[in-house]
Design a protein around this ligand. Structure first.
Ligand code: TXA
Ligand code: MG
Length: 371
């Protein structure tokens, strides 16, 4: 049964806050209740990771399938060894270099974390966020905090407290408002349980299951053997490539309107999108384009929103989910987007865009002009 809450919005000024103001939130977590809170990546929907009942409440509040595991958030590096078991040396090196920060490590699960939290898996995803509000909250709660992104399942992740209220008002007792997040895309997930044998010697080959702000290039500075999981770079939804992160198999980040993305030379993409915009307008549909500073003036759509300058990937990342949500608010029915280069943070941006578009990618450089 779903419980109806009067959701409290707790405003916290991140530049000047006394951790004691988080005590009511920490108390809710300790009591098995849920709290949405900011992290440097996106807002999280937190609950006690050691309490199967709290994890079930998280799945219910999000409308998320319970085979999709939750990330366990800790407040000190050493706690990796408490929630994980037989933690390999490579995971410790990644933690040493990138924690606190937007990186999630998958290791074997310790008994203290129930299977309900890990969607039935024997592995656990662990993250130490750098956001000071998040860390203080976890520390004060006295528990490890399971937290998926604080959105209704399938919708774009939440980068502001208002988005959390949109999706979760009445479903949880509290949302902490710490202002807009810094990064705007979820953490990079690296699987540190993937064993290979080279010349008879067993070795961990780290796999990136979800690209993010910590890029493959940066991870390779620590371990050159690090690779993308094939499902990450696939440009089509291929049933034969099984996503190792269960969540990556579900429709995700999707705006309510139909969304298609276009790749190819800029002038061809603009021409092709304008053609489709014209067709959709003729059908009476409200059209929207996800553009960039360089292209925004060339579109004829009802709504044109720029994500930022193409060479400023961080700005584009920070605005993406915000803009996708704003299209829902404005009632966009047919949405068209541009593609981005897949180097650096661009890989994470394209990964989210492809999912949001349900892998509807049109190549504009084909001679036929059709996919
Ligand atoms: O930045 C983030 O990571 C945010 C903030 C709140 O920390 N959290 C987040 O959680 O994005 P969520 O639940 O929306 O995404 C977690 C992803 C899912 O795709 C899930 O399937 C995968 O991590 N995952 C969790 N545990 C896993 C495991 N043991 N093995 C493989 N994938 C796992
Ligand atoms: Mg999510």
């Amino acid at each position: 049964m779903e419980k109806e809450y009067k959701t409290e919005l707790l405003k916290v000024d991140r530049n000047n806050f006394d951790p004691a103001c988080l005590l009511p939130a920490a108390g809710l977590l300790a009591a098995g209740e849920l709290v949405a809170f900011p992290t440097e990546t996106v807002y999280g929907l937190g609950g006690n990771a050691m309490d199967p009942g709290a994890s079930q409440r998280i799945y219910a509040a999000k409308g998320r399938p319970s085979d999709n595991p939750l990330i366990v958030h800790i407040s000190e590096k050493e706690e990796l060894l408490k929630v994980g078991r037989d933690v390999p040396e490579i995971a410790l090196r990644f933690a040493e270099r990138f924690w606190p920060g937007p990186l999630t490590l998958i290791v074997k699960r310790a008994e203290i974390i129930p299977k309900t939290t890990t969607g039935g898996l024997d592995t656990v995803a662990v993250r130490l966020p750098s956001d000071e509000i998040a860390r203080a909250l976890i520390r004060l709660s006295g528990v490890y905090v399971a937290a998926p992104s604080a959105n209704k399942s399938g919708r774009p992740s939440t980068t502001r407290a208002e988005h959390c209220m949109e999706d979760l008002d009445g479903r949880i007792p509290m949302v902490i408002d710490g202002g807009p997040v810094k990064i705007g895309l979820e953490s990079t997930i690296v699987d540190c349980t993937n064993e290979t044998t080279e010349d008879g010697v067993k070795k961990i080959k780290p796999l990136v299951l979800r690209p993010g702000y910590i890029t493959l290039e940066k991870l390779r500075e620590i371990e050159p053997a690090t690779e993308y999981d094939p499902a990450v770079i696939a440009r089509v939804k291929n049933e034969n490539i099984k996503a190792k992160a269960p969540g990556m198999k579900y429709r995700h980040y999707a705006p309510k309107g139909a969304f298609v993305i276009y790749e190819g030379d800029a002038d061809r993409v603009i021409a092709r999108i304008n053609e489709e915009v014209g067709r959709m307008k003729a059908l009476g549909r409200k059209t929207a384009v996800l553009a960039t500073e360089e292209s925004k003036d060339f579109y004829d759509a009802d709504i044109v929103v720029s994500l930022g300058r193409r060479n400023n990937e961080e700005e584009i990342a920070a605005r993406l989910f915000d803009v996708l949500r704003s299209f829902d608010e404005m009632g966009a029915e047919a949405i068209f987007g541009e593609c981005f280069e897949t180097k650096g943070v661009g890989q994470a941006i394209m990964n989210r865009l492809m999912k949001a578009a349900g892998y509807n990618i049109v190549s504009c450089n084909d001679i036929t002009g059709k996919k």
